[in-house]
Design a protein around this ligand. Structure first.
Ligand SMILES: *[C@@H]1O[C@H](CO)[C@@H](O)[C@H](O)[C@H]1NC(C)=O
Ligand SMILES: *[C@@H]1O[C@H](CO)[C@@H](O)[C@H](O)[C@H]1NC(C)=O
Ligand SMILES: *[C@@H]1O[C@H](CO)[C@@H](O)[C@H](O)[C@H]1NC(C)=O
Length: 364
């Protein structure tokens, strides 16, 4: 067993013993969601305001079945005290469903959800950076924050996976006697252009990709750029940013041929089918009552926490070898190594044991 494997197993074991989500589903409303703000994030009240706004997202996408009812925001001790802050009871950063923390390595400001347990299983946490919550430029990139949140919540709570794939952006579509290279997406009704961008200095030109009919491949460097205006309502797990997108892919709109994690991990089932079979769905019904706005409480730790020192390769104890660098893009699913490959989002081993900054083990 290599070092990485060992660390991975230890990390998983720790996660299993520590992790108890307190989230309750009460007649369609999620309660007791904890959002933890990392002590390294400088105090900024707009973070709280934007988090509250993001939680107003009404779940049209779930056919009026779920909404966010009550959320607790954990204020770090590094921020000033305010009279409206309540005392923490059992909430803690290491059990938060959502963390606001500095970017994790290569993900930059891209929000992600740490999930590795397989189809339909709950994830560990959603990571937003403060820049994602504050910087309006990023709304153009990822879409309105509330929609991004629905996408991440679907990962976290219902165990569905992405329908895009940066590593395999194209697949060979076989149908009605012809083969064709298509962009990995859901639904296949999402329209767009296949283009190559070449830049010399500051000037860039974009032209259509050349298609090689002998190999059924587009030329190297070809990318799929979805049209700004779309008619299809699906799907949130593909591109939640489009204004037309209000639904998950269901069994009619699902693209079974796309080379994405949803197909791989969920055995070609659509995201909506997986959501429909989740305990949350089967134990609830459509809500006909008027939508209630979520309430939020701000909590504040009552005692000082011990924050482990940030991890730097040079400060590792001598008996621990330095982690591989750069981290692997993907790793085998730890529980069923032959079954699926999931991207390590981020590599579980590094997150948990080697980067305590990312996920400090707090002991009040
Ligand atoms: C907002 O984000 C963009 C893209 O990451 C970055 O270039 C810009 O500097 C950021 N603006 C602020 C005010 O941080
Ligand atoms: C799937 O979604 C499409 C688009 O919203 C809808 O027309 C269709 O009836 C849905 N199919 C099922 C089986 O729910
Ligand atoms: C699609 O899902 C609907 C229920 O939402 C079901 O009635 C129908 O049989 C399914 N169709 C297929 C082809 O699986």
């Amino acid at each position: 067993m290599g070092f990485n494997r060992l660390v991975l197993l230890l990390a998983l074991q720790l996660l299993y013993t520590m992790r108890v989500s307190m989230v309750q589903l009460n007649t369609g409303g999620y309660e007791d969601i904890v959002i933890g703000i990392n002590p390294k994030i400088p105090e900024d009240n707009r973070i709280i305001e934007n988090l509250k706004r993001l939680l107003l997202t009404y779940f049209h996408a779930t056919k009026q079945r779920f909404y966010f009812k009550m959320v607790k925001i954990l204020i770090p001790l590094t921020w000033k005290t305010k009279p409206e802050y309540l005392r923490v009871r059992t909430e803690s950063y290491d059990k938060a469903e959502i963390i606001v923390a500095d970017p994790f390595l290569k993900y930059g400001d891209e929000p992600y959800t740490l999930q590795y347990e397989g189809c339909g299983e709950k994830g560990r946490y959603i990571h937003f950076t403060s820049n994602f919550l504050l910087n309006e430029t990023l709304v153009d990139v990822y879409g309105p924050r509330g929609r991004v949140f629905v996408h991440e919540w679907a990962h976290l709570r219902w165990g569905v996976y992405d329908e895009y794939n940066y590593d395999a952006p194209f697949y060979v579509s076989a149908g009605s006697g012809t083969t064709k290279v298509e962009a990995t997406r859901c639904s296949a009704d999402v329209t767009g252009k296949y283009v190559v961008q070449s830049c010399k200095g500051d000037s860039c030109i974009t032209r259509p990709c050349k298609y090689d009919y002998r190999t059924d491949l587009y030329e190297a460097g070809c990318i799929f750029v979805p049209d700004r205006r779309q008619n299809t309502p699906a799907s949130i797990m593909y591109m939640q940013g489009f204004s037309s997108v209000t639904e998950f892919c269901n069994n009619t709109t699902h693209n079974i041929q796309a080379t994405n994690l949803q197909n791989k991990v969920c055995n070609y089932r659509s995201t909506w089918e997986v959501i429909m079979s989740s305990p949350d769905f089967t134990s609830s019904s459509s809500i006909s009552a008027p939508y209630q706005r979520p309430t939020s409480h701000c909590c504040r730790p009552k005692t000082e926490f011990n924050i482990p020192p940030p991890y730097h390769p040079t400060s590792l104890p001598p008996h621990i070898p330095a982690p591989p660098n750069p981290p692997p893009l993907s790793c085998h699913h730890p529980l069923s190594p032959n079954l699926i490959t999931i991207p390590c989002l981020p590599p579980i081993s590094t997150v948990f044991l080697l980067c305590p900054v990312e996920l400090p083990l707090f002991h009040p």
